[in-house]
Design a protein around this ligand. Structure first.
Ligand SMILES: C[S@@+](CC[C@H](N)C(=O)[O-])C[C@H]1O[C@@H](n2cnc3c(N)ncnc32)[C@H](O)[C@@H]1O
Length: 302
């Protein structure tokens, strides 16, 4: 092996450990190199950004989406290599919100700061970024199954935290690579959440794929368990059939009631999910329809 090859394979080690299979093309190489340099910067910056003592003038730039390309869909039934705690009290939230949660904080204890808002399938994180300033006192978490996309959001949040370090902004948002169809109760305890967002979920058009949809009767029960009474499920999609499917499954559930259009028109989060999600922007550019439905978690079954 030449020196060149040795140094290349050393680099590939890092890339592979992030779930990528590096290929021979120069574009792949460019993207892998870019991500590796972002990863290095991230390691260097983690302490300064997270501990809030950043004196450097060298501000990290926002990441570029083109370097984080990945297939559009990820099979939620595949065995992804995912890390998850055995229960909510075993989750180290300090890693995700270092400026707001002290190390080894018992976040399962009532009174400690806990994640309250989740964006399921957060994609490239547009909603998270807007929710961060709309709810500066709440901890907000994006969950995303695609590895490169979750890395993009992580890099985006780190850059934003550094760019806005003097004002202490964006410390309340974080992203986790996770399969939200499988492990939510491992992360959150009963009644912990006040809002769950399902923005432009994968439509899984074919009938035999409908079971992969993120809203089903079984999952609706899990969402009811995690949401506190009065908590809200937000849904938006540009696919009418999926909209009708989500409405049907959530309306049929004894612990959810659909909120009226007047409520939607007044709610700031509905505006945000219409205009600040990446998919919402795409639909806007193509003059497509956006179907919204919101549901309140009831105290008792109706
Ligand atoms: C069409 S995109 C929408 C992204 C974002 N919500 C938006 O509106 O711009 C759907 C996202 O959900 C993610 N996703 C699909 N199934 C998931 C699952 N089971 N757990 C977590 N994320 C999932 C996909 O990887 C994809 O990024």
């Amino acid at each position: 092996m030449t020196d060149d090859q040795t140094s290349q394979s050393a680099q590939l080690g890092t890339v592979e450990s992030r779930g990528l299979t590096p290929g021979p093309t120069s574009n792949k190489r460019k993207r892998a190199d870019y991500r590796q340099s972002q990863q290095q910067k991230r390691q260097e910056l983690k302490t300064v950004v997270f501990e809030g003592n950043d004196d450097s003038q060298d501000k990290i730039k926002l990441p570029k989406k083109k370097y984080y390309r990945q297939r559009a869909h990820s099979n939620p039934f595949s065995d992804h290599l995912l890390e998850y705690p055995i229960g909510p009290s075993h989750m180290d939230w300090h890693k995700l919100y270092p400026a707001l949660i002290p190390p080894e904080a018992e976040t399962s204890i009532d009174g400690a700061k806990q994640v309250e808002i989740v964006d399921i399938g957060c994609g490239f994180g547009g909603l998270l970024v807007s929710l961060s300033t709309e709810f500066p006192d709440k901890l907000i978490l994006g969950m995303e199954i695609r590895v490169q996309v979750s890395h993009y959001v992580e890099d985006r949040i780190i850059a934003l935290r550094q760019q806005h370090a003097p004002e202490g902004k964006y410390n309340n948002i974080a992203v986790l690579r996770a399969n939200a169809m499988k492990f939510l109760p491992n992360f959150f305890k009963k009644g912990q959440l006040s809002k769950m967002f399902f923005c432009f979920p994968d439509p899984h058009f074919k009938i035999r794929k409908h079971k992969a949809r993120i809203v089903t009767s079984t999952l609706a029960s899990e969402y009811a368990y995690l949401l506190r009474p009065g908590g809200i499920i937000y849904t938006i999609t540009d696919v009418l059939d999926l909209h009708q499917w989500m409405v049907r499954h959530l309306e049929a559930h004894a612990l959810f009631r659909r909120l009226p259009k007047e409520w939607e028109d007044e709610d700031p989060c509905v505006k945000i999910m219409r205009k600040d999600t990446e998919e919402g922007k795409k639909v806007e550019r193509n003059n497509g329809d956006k179907w919204v439905a919101c549901f309140v978690r009831l105290d008792h079954p109706e």
